[in-house]
Each structure stands twice: as C-alpha cells, then as structure tokens.
Design a protein around this ligand. Structure first.
Ligand SMILES: NC(=O)c1ccc[n+]([C@@H]2O[C@H](COP(=O)([O-])OP(=O)(O)OC[C@H]3O[C@@H](n4cnc5c(N)ncnc54)[C@H](OP(=O)(O)O)[C@@H]3O)[C@@H](O)[C@H]2O)c1
Length: 245
C-alpha cells in the first residue's frame, strides 16, 4: 500500500533523519513546520532520495486555524496516512520560574498543539483503517524533576494522550508509537551542561522506523534509557525530592 508520511516539526534534526529514511523507502513525504526555506530544501533532498512526492507545508502548532489546509492536502493522498510529531520546545526551567507565562507556550508546543492537530487527523486515519502515529515524547515525562518539570509535565501529558489515541486507533486498524528519547545531539540540547550518553539524531530516527515496522507501543531511544528510567522512577520520593538529577 502507498505510504504517506506527514512530519510535524520537520526542521528538527531527528525529524530530518526520519524524513530521509522514509523517503528512501519510497514514501510520499510532507514536511511541516515554520521555516519554509529549510523545508523546501528538505523536500528537494527527499525527492532525490526516492520520494515521488515531497512537499513543504506551513505548520505552527500555536495556530490551529492553519491545520485545515494540511488536512485538505493530505486527504488527496491515496493509501495509508502516517504522521510523526517531532514538535516541542524546552525553555530553561529557570526562565519559566522567572516568567510563569512561558508555561502556556511550552505546554502548547509539546502537548496541546500537537494533540489538537492529531485530534483532527485521527478521523482520516480511522476512515482508511490504517496508518501510524509517531509521537515523540521524552524521558523527562517519566518523573518530574527540578531541572525541567514544566517541559516534563507537558511530555507526560502528551504520552498519556498518545496512549489513549493508541487505544482508539487500534480498533480502527491504526497504530500509535510513543517515542521517549534520552539526550540527543540537536538544537534543543546545544550548549546544555551536564548531558551524558548523548545519542545522534540518525540513531534515534533509525530506532523510530524500526519501532514503526514492528508496531511497538512505546520505545526508549537509545534502548538503555528504559533501564535508567526504571531506576529513576523507583527512587523513593523522600529521597528523590532532595536529589538534583
Ligand atoms: N534533543 C533531545 O535531547 C531530546 C530529548 C527528548 C525528547 N526530545 C524531543 O524531540 C523532539 C525534537 O526535538 P529536537 O531535539 O530535534 O529539537 P529542535 O530542533 O528544537 O526541534 C523541535 C522542533 O519543534 C518545532 N516547533 C517548536 N515549536 C513549534 C510550534 N509552535 N509550531 C511548529 N513547530 C514548532 C521546531 O520548529 P522550528 O525549527 O521552527 O523552531 C523544531 O522543528 C522534540 O519534541 C523534543 O522535545 C528531544
């Protein structure tokens, strides 16, 4: 069956690597985001790699009035509609502590904006009885901690949303993969202190595609983050609340 991938937040280094991978498998690719020049260049690259169709689409998850144009364009595609969400923003926690209004934008970028988009897209997938949603969350959503608890809360909300969407789409022949990366070498983490075991965007993209093919429900990437988070989530709260992990 013809595969179409809509990639939201396509300028992310992880998204870029994922787009290249699906394009080289012959999928049609729609690159959605805010930097149209960058997305046009990526579309050209995806065509060279094997996509019959590769187009740039304007997408700002804070502006839901623009979602309809994307739904309408994707409705013209034959076959399975798939969507991968890489959108997210992570202001420093200290900035949010100083200006609590930043909470709204953080939650909108990392949870409610993508969820609102998916809520409108899901009926199109149900109607076709196929398709996969990839939602990129974060290990930060597994436990609130002093260094990024607003971003973590947004990612936790998104993970719960994705679990419910999986429950819904499964009964219509669709699937949802929740992706929880650890630290990845991208624009988001550039210059941040204290990172360890940093993965490359290419490795993460490869893990995601593998998870899509195997219809995995939730993956940690790289895989060892599952065990790191198992330990972190089992530290008793009376100890954890005094730690700075
Ligand atoms: N890097 C890590 O260590 C790490 C770890 C765990 C999870 N993640 C998650 O992985 C995903 C990709 O992040 P990244 O590390 O590749 O960082 P990134 O380059 O900052 O990617 C974030 C993407 O989200 C887009 N975006 C942000 N706000 C948006 C909005 N209002 N509307 C539309 N697009 C918006 C950005 O678009 P612009 O280019 O237009 O700003 C960018 O394409 C994010 O969801 C992030 O939370 C990252």
């Amino acid at each position: 069956m013809k595969q179409t991938w809509l990639i939201l937040g396509a300028s992310s280094a992880m998204a870029r690597a994922f787009a290249r991978n699906v394009a080289s498998e012959g999928a049609d690719v729609f690159l959605a985001g805010r930097d149209m020049d960058d997305l046009e260049r990526m579309a050209t690259d995806c065509k060279l790699r094997g996509a019959d169709t590769a187009e740039a689409l304007r997408f700002d998850c804070r502006k839901p009035a623009g979602f309809g144009t994307i739904y309408e364009r994707l409705a013209l595609q034959d076959g399975a509609l798939n969507v991968a969400v890489f959108v997210g923003s992570m202001p420093e926690q200290s900035e949010i502590d100083a200006d609590p209004s930043l909470i709204d934008a953080t939650v909108m970028d990392s949870f409610t904006g993508p969820a609102r988009f998916l809520q409108g897209f899901a009926p199109m997938m149900e109607a076709r009885g196929s398709g996969t949603v990839v939602g990129v969350g974060s290990v930060a959503g597994d436990r609130g901690r002093i260094g990024n608890y607003v971003y973590g809360a947004a990612k936790a909300g998104f993970a719960t949303y994705l679990a419910g969407l999986r429950n819904r789409l499964t009964r219509a022949g669709g699937h949802v993969v929740t992706v929880k990366p650890g630290f990845v070498d991208t624009a988001m983490t550039w210059g941040l202190p204290g990172l360890f075991l940093v993965a490359s965007p290419d490795d993460v993209a490869r893990d995601i595609l593998k998870a899509v093919k195997k219809q995995r429900n939730t993956i940690y990437t790289p895989f060892f983050w599952r065990y790191i988070m198992l330990i972190i989530t089992h530290i008793p709260e009376m100890i954890f609340k005094k730690m700075s992990v």
